[in-house]
Write a protein that binds this ligand. Structure first.
Ligand code: SAM
Length: 217
């Protein structure tokens, strides 16, 4: 009884969140469908479950956050994921962004630097029936063993664009990365248009936790 009441409540909250994402400018119907297929409350601590469908970042241990749903949808929309796209995610965190990419039919390679978060996200995604490749390490170095990628998404704020990530894009591939200082980061989309040739677009400002590592903070 209680769980079906909660399910109804979560469904109503999720509907409200989807309306909010559309109002804020998310137009990609596949991205909206992916968000609607995933129970964000399963990716946060049970004490925060009632807030899981607010359009806000929430804490997830180790001083990190599950990104705001609008941010996840915005970055995913910029990636232009197609079924079968090979995507590298830097910053697995809770595993939520990884689930969104998998719902879109991508093959996902995801790197997290905190072993605790790496283990927890891996276990959770496997329990939910998702399949991805997980690595614990410094994502600023990319993951050359599986390169090139059709898309790379960085879910932490970088001081500069790590060269290794640009090198690991396929021609036509897109790197979506927030770049800036420790207060604000502008969302950049860098598209590889040829051998060592790139096009760069800059979008709105966001606020992320820092990207730590060799080419991070
Ligand atoms: N995509 C995550 C999600 O859906 O929950 C967002 C997580 S949080 C905003 C960013 C994550 O990036 C944190 O878990 C942090 O530990 C991780 N991170 C920071 N620097 C990293 C690096 N160099 N390599 C891998 N992960 C990193």
């Amino acid at each position: 009884m209680l769980s079906s009441y909660n399910e109804l409540k979560f469904r109503a909250h999720k509907k409200r969140l989807l309306d909010e994402l559309k109002r804020k400018g998310i137009t990609d119907s596949a991205v909206l469908k992916a968000v609607s297929s995933i129970n964000r409350h399963e990716f946060v601590d049970s004490a925060l479950a009632s807030r899981a469908y607010e359009d806000t970042a929430l804490p997830i241990d180790m001083g990190q956050t599950i990104s705001q749903p609008y941010t996840v949808a915005f970055q995913t929309q910029l990636l232009e994921v197609e079924k079968g796209s090979k995507i590298l995610e830097i910053g697995t965190g809770s595993g939520y962004q990884c689930a969104v990419l998998l719902e879109l039919g991508a093959s996902v390679y995801t790197i997290e630097r905190h072993r605790f978060l790496y283990n927890r996200a891996k276990d959770l995604l496997q329990k939910l029936g998702y399949r991805a490749e997980f690595k614990c390490g410094d994502g600023t170095e990319g993951w050359s063993a599986y390169a090139p990628y059709d898309g790379i998404v960085v879910t932490a704020g970088a001081p500069v664009v790590p060269a290794a990530l640009m090198e690991q894009l396929s021609v036509g591939g897109r790197l979506v990365i927030p770049v800036g200082n420790d207060e604000r980061q502008a969302m950049h989309r860098i598209t590889c248009i040829g051998d060592n040739e790139f096009e760069e677009e800059v979008f709105d400002d966001f606020k992320f936790v820092p990207l730590i590592g060799r080419d991070g903070w």
